[in-house]
Write a protein that binds this ligand. Structure first.
Ligand SMILES: NC(=O)c1ccc[n+]([C@@H]2O[C@H](COP(=O)([O-])OP(=O)(O)OC[C@H]3O[C@@H](n4cnc5c(N)ncnc54)[C@H](OP(=O)(O)O)[C@@H]3O)[C@@H](O)[C@H]2O)c1
Length: 306
């Protein structure tokens, strides 16, 4: 019997249960994926907590998770690009943390054999976000880019893409991540009081800032670049007060085939590393959310399903 992680009211990780569910049937343009692994993102626990909701409970039980990797096991009407048996990864249309999930065929990418299912499941949201934000910042070779929260999933991918395109990258992280970041070629600085001076201590100028922390760093970021147009946040809802752009994906999302045309060769050659912080079985989805919510990991948290 298919199973899925779901919640029927908003709240802490304890509202998540793993339940038997009917096998989902793909609609037009969709496929059903037998899920091997699902990635956990901060957006998952923000949705579960009710952060974006205007009520105590969703209208019907909700699935959780956007990132998946697995094998196509049924195709809906009109799908020509994928067939049953193809290994894929990408974005789910229904909760990814399940034995079976639906996805739009154009939200999936073929998974090469050398890429593990758990790592593939950790990639879609963070790689698309990193690619989109560097695109929207207009990053070019020779730029100096400051990334707030560089040791998170988005920060690590953005930093390595920027380095490979010839930028200099400075990133904020707690001290425990500094050796790893230095190994990647990032210049790490500790966040917290005195950050502006610490950044000025490692560089003469900052051209662009990507804020993936959302911890009240937009004022100092505008001060460092001298221009709010050179700062972009994905995590601070107060962006408008600083004249800074908020990037949320949606219609501006980068197409996954374009993202992975750059990211996959880098992963295969070792030019891009994305550590898996911890994996959990499906039944421990609540513990995976707790760890993500703790917010001090390096890399990705992944649910191993199949
Ligand atoms: N708008 C969008 O399109 C979009 C897309 C994806 C993600 N997001 C958001 O972007 C944020 C980052 O996502 P993620 O997937 O990279 O998260 P993540 O993997 O959970 O990483 C969180 C990172 O934040 C760091 N951190 C915690 N407190 C910090 C602080 N005060 N200053 C700097 N770094 C700090 C932690 O590093 P330490 O261990 O060093 O503390 C940790 O590595 C989340 O809020 C997420 O919801 C938005």
């Amino acid at each position: 019997m298919p199973k899925a992680a779901r919640f029927s009211r908003y709240g802490g990780p304890e509202v998540l249960t793993v339940e038997e569910v009917p096998l989902p049937e793909p609609g037009r343009g969709q496929v059903r994926v037998a899920v091997a692994a699902a990635g956990v993102n901060a957006i998952d626990w923000k949705i579960r907590s009710g952060f974006f909701a205007g009520s105590d409970a969703p209208d019907e039980p909700q699935g959780t998770g956007f990132d998946l990797a697995g094998t196509v096991d049924a195709v809906g009407e009109g799908v020509r690009s994928l067939r049953p048996g193809t290994a894929v990864f990408g974005k789910a249309a229904t909760g990814a943390v399940a034995t079976h999930a639906l996805a739009d065929a154009d939200g999936l990418v073929a998974k090469p054999d050398w890429l593990s299912f758990p790592l593939a499941a950790g990639l879609p949201v963070v790689a698309e976000t990193a690619y989109r934000t560097l695109r929207d910042l207009g990053l070019r070779a020779g730029h100096t880019l400051l990334i707030h929260a560089v040791s998170g999933g988005v920060g690590l991918v953005a930093a390595q893409l920027a380095l490979s395109r010839g930028a200099t990258v400075i990133g904020t992280a707690s001290r425990g991540h500094h050796d790893f970041l230095t190994e990647l070629g990032v210049r790490p600085v500790e966040y917290g009081e005195g950050l502006l001076e610490r950044v000025r201590g490692v560089t003469d100028s900052v051209d662009l800032v990507l804020d993936a922390a959302g911890r009240d760093v937009l004022g100092l970021s505008v001060e460092l670049t001298g221009d709010p147009d050179r700062v972009l946040t994905i995590a601070d809802g107060n962006a408008g007060a600083h004249g800074v752009r908020f990037s949320g994906g949606g219609p501006d999302a980068a197409p996954l085939p374009e993202v992975f045309a750059e990211v996959l060769p880098m992963l295969e050659s070792g030019a891009l590393r994305l550590p898996i912080q911890q994996t959990f079985p499906l039944e421990r989805i609540a513990d995976a959310h707790r760890l993500s919510e703790d917010g001090h990991g390096r890399g990705k948290i992944v649910i191993e399903v199949g």
